[in-house]
Design a protein around this ligand. Structure first.
Ligand SMILES: Cc1cc2nc3c(=O)[nH]c(=O)nc-3n(C[C@H](O)[C@H](O)[C@H](O)COP(=O)(O)O)c2cc1C
Ligand SMILES: O=C(O)C(=O)c1ccccc1
Length: 401
């Protein structure tokens, strides 16, 4: 089994200017980038490849999708104020996170049921991430088992996202499998104990896991399988039924987090924190990190934009544990802004799924390489040589709406 990398042996991404140069030089040989660099254009290309229901499932959000849009708009309300004439020859995008040194303040967000996007699904994503030393967070509802995905990742860093099931013994089984398979942290997603009101999916009556998609970690689990009247191979419906009825653990409360500590040695992070009081509560519970996120606007229509929630959470946590961020990261400047507002690192969501749809493993890698290059150049041109030197002084609140 693979070891997760330790401090010091991270893969350094090449400078953004090197990637730029490669792209221009390849162009002289008549070879243009395989994927659109513009993320909206990339999404349009993905839409052409995907079934309408799979596209809408990924692209859509809760209610009138106002929070999903607000996530992007919030980045426009902060502006970088670049500084000139620093020495920017030597640059370092790396950050320390829970004992790991990451090549950049970037991880891949957990996204479920990727087999609706591409047959290689999470395996392709794991390989692409590992090739760059970027950690990925595997969803509980993955299309391949967490053990299969771990093998695909080789020695690449990986975390496991937990949808905490109602059955405690099954919950323990999942986290222990993740620990054995070399996942380096457990990310407990708190914002999706029920699925949000998503008009696009409801209009099509589309729920991927009702077609037994995304159940790999359930069907491969001895505890989950134990009391089924028939094996899932004989008849998938009892398993689907059991999955649906136990998915959201609606009576779970803060006190129950101690249960995880008793069943795993791994660091625990809470994903979906938006309120400063919840952030304080998380610190009091002894968790190792929080992720500010509104699930890409897929859960509570009308919820606060994730970036708007970030400063309040950072203040409440007061440096005691790392604060991560997702929901709306689309370009290098967005990472700069989130880090300047106090995020240790960010999670990339939908954009890598568009890369997967258009180009499989190579598509994901290209999206990541472009993101890293864009981040490096944006940082350097703003006058910074390291991610760790970014702070609020890099930003002003924009005048425009
Ligand atoms: C299609 C889709 C499936 C997702 N599945 C999961 C999941 O299984 N577990 C989870 O914690 N978050 C899940 N998320 C939320 C992402 O981890 C992340 O919070 C979100 O995509 C960030 O928003 P953005 O993609 O707009 O940047 C999913 C998001 C999408 C778009
Ligand atoms: O669709 C989602 O956002 C999500 O998190 C999810 C929840 C359950 C199963 C698959 C994905």
């Amino acid at each position: 089994m693979s070891e997760t990398p330790h401090e010091g042996d991270h893969v350094s991404p090449p400078y953004g200017s090197e990637r730029q140069f490669q792209i221009y030089m390849a162009g002289l040989q008549g070879q243009l980038p395989a994927l659109p660099l513009d993320v909206q254009e990339l999404e349009r290309r993905a839409k052409e490849r995907l079934s309408p229901e799979a596209y809408d499932y990924v692209a859509g959000g809760a209610g009138a999708e106002d929070t999903m849009q607000a996530n992007l708009a919030a980045f426009q309300r902060w502006s970088i104020v670049p500084r000139m004439l620093g020495n920017i020859a030597q640059r370092d995008l790396s950050v320390e996170l829970l004992g790991l040194r990451l090549p950049a303040p970037l991880l891949l967000a957990p996204i479920g049921v990727q087999s609706i996007i591409h047959p290689e699904a999470e395996l392709a994503v794991a390989r692409a991430a590992a090739s760059l030393g970027i950690p990925f967070i595997l969803s509980t509802v993955s299309s391949y088992t967490l053990e299969e995905v771990a093998r695909a990742a080789g020695g690449g860093p990986r975390w496991f996202q937990l949808y905490w099931p109602a059955d405690a013994e099954f919950c323990a089984s999942l986290v222990q499998r993740a620990e054995r398979a070399g996942y380096g942290a457990i990310v407990v997603t708190l914002d999706t104990r029920l699925i949000g009101w998503r008009p696009r999916d409801l209009q099509r009556a589309y729920l991927p896991f009702l077609q037994a998609q995304g159940l790999a970690n359930y069907l491969s689990d001895p505890v989950f399988r134990r009391d089924l009247p028939q094996t899932p191979e004989e008849n998938p419906f009892p398993a689907i039924q059991k999955y649906v009825s136990s998915f959201g653990h609606l009576t779970l409360q803060w006190e129950d987090l101690a249960f995880l500590r008793q069943h795993t040695q791994l660091p625990v992070l809470l994903k979906g924190i938006l309120h400063p009081d919840d952030a304080r509560r998380a610190v009091e519970c002894g968790v190792d990190g929080v992720i500010v996120s509104n699930h890409g606007g897929r859960q509570v229509a009308g919820a606060i934009a994730a970036l708007e929630a970030l400063p309040g959470v950072v203040e409440a946590v007061a440096g005691r544990i790392p604060v991560l961020f997702d929901s709306g990261i689309r370009q290098g400047a967005d990472i700069v802004k989130a880090v300047a507002l106090g995020a240790r690192a960010v999670l990339l969501g939908r954009p890598y799924i568009w890369g997967l749809a258009v180009g499989g493993e190579a598509g994901v890698r290209e999206v990541l390489q472009n993101m890293l290059a864009d981040l490096d150049l944006t940082l350097a041109l703003s006058g910074f040589v390291s991610v760790s030197s970014l702070d609020r002084s890099a930003l002003v609140k924009a005048e425009r709406a």
